[in-house]
Design a protein around this ligand. Structure first.
Ligand code: WTA
Length: 652
């Protein structure tokens, strides 16, 4: 691809190798690669024992006899919440700040590890008093406030797997996720602050648990103080039961393979997948990667991951990784442009943030807003930058380094997935000579390859293939909640049972760096969020006027991809132009959530289909991206594309 040559010329003469000073102090050293290659299991056993406090040591590092279902650190027992909180207090670091919380409206809270320990203990006691015990599932539907962290850790403490649902998801999406996990309790808030206004959350929970539901209690944090409907039998205020609870709670050790959480993500079918993770392996990988990739030094760094806890990045790199390492971090509630477009940089300056981990879509937005905005702030504290969620184009990489990283901060472009639990492919910032736009190499302990259509591994440069993982890893998903078959079929069948199929296209460059090229399945990546074409199509056809729908991800300058939909209206339904389009867009927002709202919807009379009836999304993508339409020979009716194009040029 041309990106590579462009990158090389753009970066020639730039210093992409780590400085000796950075390398000297870095947690991740080159020896790790050799150690992991020499003794894979021994390497992970050592990482785990070094970084995690086990109440009972494990006797087997990996049990792969039930492949593709892995067991890591077999026989070991630990408590994730103890590891993230109590042990730091026990070690004399109770006064260290765990969280600098910055509310959107400017309210702040500083929470030390000792305070976090009390908050988590109280929340755990309150959950138990509401009937939650080990093994019960708890849904969490909260904004980015410290209670979200306390709630997750309280669940982990009890051994009640949490299922965090992003606050931007609709009542329907929440209902499906609650039902699939059979959650017993939901933790939510009255509402959240977004763009200077309040946005309600509790009404969505009310709707999601209305009628038949597994949910017995709803625990409500008061954040916005807006009025909410109240069901005395079911609803409980957080400040009533948590604040008055005892701040002493014993963290009982759980089995290494005890489920820690379920997190739903989009797959290629309409039904979201409940990816589930267990305790010992997941925590090991989260702590290890946060140390060697983000290079967190807990005594001196101020770390900030801008993700939402509703996504896996928030799980691994706000909650479990940094807290297991005893880091000090910033949590910001709101949007980057409230009350002004320099808000993030103001926060970096205010707290002296040293490590920033964010997504390419945010970086491209800042590029659009202009260089002068970050330039007004003192960003000199930043010493490491990270990127996650989608490929970062070299131009955005270079902008990020120059305008945010002072021209010299290393950038770690980290490839991983909800399923992998932690970072898999990334530079080590003290070791790797960087290549803008490429995630580069599997980190020590991780093995990846690229396969061709026949499933053969290759190493030629510039040939495009499929990324696979060739060995189990500690943070790997242990399955899809309640659906063993779907787990095997989705990840372990495309290239046989030897390879975990990630669903991403990839290639090598001449230097052997891996470049990730986006999804090869019907999953879109919009602003780093995974959305399934099938899920949005089924939301569209659930509208009474829609007969058929096809959705594609069209490339978009800011969001990476954007949702573009083509719909056929039912006989009798009239096309009211903009009005129809707006109504359908809002319908998708209601069914799934505002993030799934199509950027555009085109009303068409036919959809391009193969003779076997499969919609040819490739052709629709050509239309959506204003390209010459490609090969139409496999279409059942080749005149369809002309009809669609004519409709478009007629402004329909
Ligand atoms: C994409 C987010 C290129 C990829 C942690 C993957 C990336 C999907 C990168 C997982 C990256 C994530 N470069 N693509 N650095 N990071 N992706 O589950 O397509 O929300 O399969 O996990 O995001 O998205 P998920």
């Amino acid at each position: 691809m041309s990106e590579t040559s462009q990158t090389t010329s753009q970066t020639e003469g730039r210093d992409l190798a780590p400085t000796p000073e950075f390398a000297e102090q870095a947690n991740g050293k080159a020896e790790l690669y050799d150690a992991a290659a020499a003794d894979f299991e021994g390497f992970w056993a050592e990482q785990s024992r070094e970084r995690i406090s086990w109440s009972k040591d494990f006797d087997q590092t990996l049990d792969w006899s039930g492949a593709p279902f892995a067991k890591w650190f077999v026989g070991g027992e630990l408590n994730a919440s103890y590891n993230c909180v109590d042990r730091h207090v026990d070690a004399g670091n109770g006064d260290r700040v765990a969280i600098h919380f910055e509310g959107e409206g400017g309210d702040t809270r500083t929470i030390t590890y000792a305070e976090l320990q009390r908050d988590v203990a109280k929340a755990a006691n309150a959950l138990e008093s509401l009937g939650v015990s080990k093994g019960d599932r708890v849904a969490i539907y909260l904004p980015m406030i410290p209670e979200a962290v306390a709630a997750m850790l309280a669940c982990a403490r009890i051994g009640a797997p949490h299922s965090v649902v992003f606050g931007g998801f609709s009542a329907d999406a929440l209902r499906t996720r609650i039902a699939d996990a059979e959650a017993k309790l939901v933790i939510t808030a009255d509402g959240q602050f977004r763009r200077g206004k309040t946005a309600p959350l509790k009404p969505a929970v009310d709707a999601a648990v209305d009628g038949e539901s597994t949910v017995e209690k709803v625990l409500v944090v008061q954040r916005t103080k807006d009025d909410v409907d109240w069901n005395d039998d079911r609803d409980v205020w957080w400040h009533d039961v948590v604040d008055s609870a005892s701040d002493q709670h014993e963290a009982v050790a759980h089995d290494s393979e005890h489920p820690l959480f379920i997190l739903y993500t989009s797959g290629t079918t309409g039904k979201p997948k409940g990816i589930f993770h267990t305790t010992g392996g997941y925590l090991t990988q989260a702590a290890y990667t946060n140390s060697v990739v983000h290079d967190v030094h807990p005594e001196t760094d101020v770390y900030w991951c801008t993700a939402d806890i509703g996504w896996v990045t928030g799980h691994s790199y706000i909650v479990y990784g940094p807290l297991a390492n005893g880091a000090t971090q910033v949590i910001y509630e709101g949007t980057p442009d409230t009350p002004h477009q320099g808000r993030w940089w103001e926060i970096v300056q205010k707290y002296g943030v040293t490590i920033l981990y964010t997504a390419p879509t945010a970086i491209r937005t800042f590029m659009k807003w202009g260089d002068d905005i970050p330039a007004k702030f003192d960003l000199s504290s930043l010493r490491l930058l990270g990127s996650v969620g989608e490929p970062i184009n070299p131009e955005a990489w270079l902008w990020y380094r120059k305008n945010i990283g002072g021209g010299s901060a290393p950038i770690v472009d980290t490839w991983w997935q909800t399923e992998t639990g932690g970072i898999m492919i990334s530079p080590l910032p003290g070791v790797t000579e960087l290549e803008p736009g490429s995630a580069q190499k599997p980190i020590p302990g991780i093995s990846a390859e690229i396969l061709d259509d026949e499933g053969q591994p290759f190493t030629e440069a510039e040939k495009v293939g499929y990324l696979v993982l060739t060995k189990p890893w500690p943070g790997m998903l242990r399955g899809i909640w309640g659906d063993e078959e779907r787990y095997k079929e989705t990840y372990w069948s495309r290239f046989g049972e030897k390879y975990y199929f990630a669903g991403d296209g990839a290639k090598y460059d001449e230097k052997g760096n891996i470049w990730l090229l986006g999804r090869v399945d019907d999953v879109m990546n919009v602003s780093g969020h995974r959305l399934s074409t099938a899920e949005i199509e089924s939301a569209l056809v659930s509208h009474p006027t829609v007969a058929e729908a096809a959705v594609v991800g069209a490339s978009d300058e800011t969001t990476g991809q954007a949702v573009v939909a083509f719909v056929i209206l039912r006989g009798g339904a009239e096309d009211h132009g903009d009005e129809t389009v707006q109504e359908l867009r809002n319908h998708v927002a209601k069914e799934i959530g505002p993030i799934a709202k199509p950027r555009s919807i085109m009303v068409v009379s036919e959809l391009p289909k193969t003779r076997s009836g499969k919609i040819m999304r490739r052709l629709l993508r050509d239309v959506a991206e204003n390209r010459e339409v490609g090969d139409v020979t496999t279409l059942a009716d080749s005149s369809v594309m002309n009809l669609i194009k004519e409709g478009m040029s007629a402004g329909k």
